[in-house]
Design a protein around this ligand. Sequence first.
Ligand code: UD1
Length: 358
Amino acid sequence: MKTIVHIVGARPNFMKAAPVWKEIQNLSKLRQILIHTGQHYDNYMSDIFFKELDLPEPDFNLGIGSNTHARQTASIMVKLEELLININPDLVIVYGDINSTMASAIVCSKISIPFAHVEAGLRSFDRRMPEEINRIITDQLADLLFTPSKDADMNLLKEGIDIDNIHFVGNVMIDTLIKLNPIARSPKKFNNLMDYILVTLHRPSNVDDIANLRSILDNLLEISKSSPIIFPIHPRTKKVLSDNNIIFNTNENFQLIEPLGYLDFLGLMKNAKAVITDSGGIQEETTWLGIPCFTIRENTERPITVLIGTNQLIGLDYGKIPLVIKNSSKISNRKIPDLWDGRASYRIAEIISSFLAD
Ligand code: UD1
């Protein structure tokens, strides 16, 4: 029996891996093994997603944790190399653009294990972003490249990737959203809150510099005078606040809360008036939901979300945020990108079974 290894490491990987795992299980008689690098380790950054998304417990957890880029990447590589040599899989699947993705890609290619990259081809063209480096390296080495949108195919072709290895399959994150949307509810304590804005922030460019973070928070406070804000805070952002002894008093109109699980967050997102974020995945989820999204970044690797019209890049001029929000309006004609239809992981499973049958 052939063996597939899935490697996940951090929060945005889990909702991508879950539907692919399920479809491969439904379609074929392949043995599947799940490795968690442990890049994210808190319950609310990791364990809760396994339960909600119905992902099996990882067979192996490398327990890597947080560190500098080089140390984190290197620790994953050292442990993973030994483990993959022992398992000797027929194919490895990696997801997204985190350090665990790139570390796994390098290990697989050096020990000649074929691997597939789910969410290949996205480019922000901004090499100051750690994720951009992870994307470029992973795609250069991958044997199968599964793309979520046609712009990603074009990026890969320009980088010299063989067209036969590129498969436009759609967006696996949307597979999970479509499946769980009907049961996602806002947490009870927010049931009576209307017209609120949901905020997430964790990009180093926005949160690692305390002056930037302060300026964003001041502008959010300004917005909260007219629209309530719910802000589940990422541990990275929380750490910067606590390292700088900043205690943020939350009130009815500005609720700084712990990170949420998938279902609570989706429940809040689909009922929000708007979302302010610097996340990649949330730009896509709001596109499918038809919720206005304001992205605090200068660029995006997901240009289709801007093209469709739900996502607006507001750059790093934080003072502009209140005015942009004030002038925003509802999305009137919800459009959905090609193949964001809940079947992307099914297409991946089919391509993988024929790849392994060859
Ligand atoms: C990582 C990914 C980023 C992704 C994000 C989603 C990289 C380079 N970055 O960023 O692409 O969008 O995950 O969340 O791979 N921490 C905890 N508990 C945890 C995990 C982290 O407290 O479970 C804290 C630690 O203080 C750590 C910091 O968060 O130093 C940053 O974690 P790290 O995994 O390095 O990067 P993220 O910012 O989470």
